[in-house]
Design a protein around this ligand. Structure first.
Ligand SMILES: Cc1cc2nc3c(=O)[nH]c(=O)nc-3n(C[C@H](O)[C@H](O)[C@H](O)COP(=O)(O)OP(=O)(O)OC[C@H]3O[C@@H](n4cnc5c(N)ncnc54)[C@H](O)[C@@H]3O)c2cc1C
Length: 504
């Protein structure tokens, strides 16, 4: 019996498993596919995802495997993200298949068991655990765990078996995608406004398969059933209708379809069953958000579920996973709906794009949209004190008793950290009951103001309590000007996030 079973070894399931293992949780991944199939939907990682990997000390692997691009985009209107206050002010072009390989490698290093060819087909829960029925080449089998997390993609079996609704907005378009050979390809890539035509839009760029190109077509106001098979002929027909040629398309390696349906699980948790990644939300892949959202889900849920499984925090802590991630993702879904609306091929939308293009030239607008597109702007509702509360901690250069470090290096073990810059009295005493769970680090930082994405400079607090996901759970003010700089507020935050004090 495992503490936690994860259904699905996509980016979300693999990342979550690694997070749980770091906290000593006994985890098992069940994956329907027999092998990595090299199918690559997502083509990139945004800044916050690279930061998440950096927080665990594994960013270099992804940076080495990808290519830096200086621009983000909003509905293909370029955004300058180069001046965002992060060490990674770029979009990292890296195929999803490569991300999965690297995460699987990391999972192996952490001794995460991964069973391939094992499909979750039944789920039953009671007060003491979850029974998971699997179908594999060896036949039917039943496994038990304390918790089950469905990371099994947009058509999640776990979500359906748990009876969790998936409300949202329905599809208004049909998009086809294929990795194919082109005998007569266009020069370079086709992307952005040049790909908008009277009958829809099309894009062509490199596939992750050598010698192949990725072709995507979008036909608006045409909704096909999502189970309609995609063939080379249907892709060719759509491309000829939109672009006037099929560019000599042949030899497909992978064909699929998607739409702009945007839905979210009505609850990310039902008792001992949780959902993360595409199982919890689907949307059009505008500006490449999906894989990044799943990674953020995994890093938000991992330490919470570990604290509950390890008996350090009450089960109610898991409610904050739904509250935080559902709200953050709802914003992203609305942002994506707006991008899709701006992509329609008609004269009114052309005019709207012109206006929007001019607005994006305004620095504040560019910064606002850049913060959203990179997911650096996420703020969880953790109170009204210091402006940094609930936001991700910036990766500052600091001096510590162990030498000069970056803040993210302190998060490698996925443990909470109380970072004391001096100036708040009684911190050590307040922390006494949590010293087994929270690392105290005394540090000096030269910056008396910190640059945060979107909101700009804020006065540096005198201490911060960092959750393992890198979000600030408490901040003591430098000047005592009315923010939560008292130890009572710190103790409340410690209790809320990391359970009761040992001495209470
Ligand atoms: C054309 C396209 C382009 C995209 N581009 C981007 C992009 O640039 N950036 C971005 O961030 N996102 C992008 N996305 C979205 C991205 O691909 C998804 O958001 C991402 O794959 C979600 O990861 P996941 O791990 O949650 O789910 P998945 O990747 O779907 O993984 C789910 C896993 O669960 C397994 N599984 C399913 N059912 C079961 C079961 N019953 N039992 C056991 N295992 C099961 C599946 O085999 C699969 O391995 C794009 C999507 C498309 C369609």
């Amino acid at each position: 019996m495992a503490d936690v079973i994860i259904a699905g070894a996509g980016p979300t399931g693999l990342m979550l498993a690694c997070e749980l293992r770091l906290a000593g949780v006994d985890v098992l991944i069940l994956e329907r596919r027999a092998a990595l199939n090299g199918e690559s939907r997502a083509g990139g990682l945004h800044a916050r995802s690279v930061e998440l990997f950096d927080q665990r000390g594994i960013a270099d692997r992804f940076l080495a495997a990808g290519r830096k691009g200086p621009f983000g985009h909003f509905s293909f209107i370029p955004l300058d993200i180069g001046s965002l206050p992060t060490r990674y002010p770029f979009a990292l072009a890296i195929h999803q298949s490569r991300v999965e390989q690297l995460l699987e490698e990391r999972a192996r290093e952490l001794d995460v068991p991964l069973r391939r060819g094992a499909e979750v087909v039944g789920v039953r829960q009671n007060g003491s655990g979850v029974e998971v029925e699997i179908a594999s080449a060896e036949g039917a089998e039943r496994l038990r765990a304390d918790y089950l997390v469905g990371c099994d993609g947009g058509r999640s079996t776990v979500r359906k078996l748990a009876g969790i609704g998936f409300p949202g907005t329905p599809a208004t378009l049909t998009a086809l995608v294929g990795d194919v050979k082109l005998t007569d390809p266009p020069p370079g890539i086709v992307f952005g406004d040049e790909s908008r035509r009277e009958h829809g839009s099309f894009m062509i760029f490199d596939s992750d398969q050598p010698g192949l190109r990725r072709v995507i077509t979008m036909e608006f106001d045409k909704v096909t059933h999502r189970d309609t098979p995609v063939t080379l002929e249907t892709l060719r027909e759509a491309l000829v209708k939109i672009a006037g040629t099929d560019f000599g398309m042949h030899s497909p390696h992978w064909l699929s379809s998607f739409s702009d349906a945007a839905r979210q699980a009505e609850r990310y948790r039902d008792g001992r069953i949780l959902l993360a990644g595409d199982a919890a939300h689907i949307h059009f892949p505008s500006s490449g958000q999906g894989m990044n959202l799943g990674l953020q889900d995994a890093v938000n849920l991992g330490w919470k579920l570990a604290a509950v499984v390890n008996g350090q925090a009450p089960d109610e802590l898991l409610e904050s996973y739904h509250a935080e991630r559902h709200a953050a993702t709802e914003r992203t879904l609305d942002n994506i709906r707006a991008q899709t609306a701006l992509w329609r091929p008609d004269a009114l939308t052309d005019a709207l794009r012109d206006v929007f293009g001019a607005l994006v030239g305004i620095e504040d607008v560019n910064r606002y949209l850049g913060g959203a597109c990179t997911q650096l702007d996420v703020r969880y509702p953790l109170g009204d004190g210091h402006a940094i509360l609930g936001r991700r901690m910036p990766d500052l250069d600091i001096k510590t008793p162990y030498g000069p470090l970056r803040v993210f290096e302190l998060l490698a073990a996925a443990r909470p950290v109380l970072l004391d810059f001096g100036g708040v009295s009684g911190l050590h005493t307040a922390l006494a009951g949590w010293q087994d769970r929270v690392d105290l680090v005394e540090a000096q930082c030269q910056d008396d103001h910190w640059a945060l994405p979107v909101i700009g400079e804020v006065l540096a607090p005198a201490a911060v309590l960092l959750r393992p996901d890198g979000h600030v759970a408490w901040a003591g003010s430098a000047d005592g000007s009315g923010t939560d700089d008292d130890t009572a507020a710190l103790e409340a935050a410690l209790t809320r996030w990391f359970g009761q004090a040992n001495n209470s």
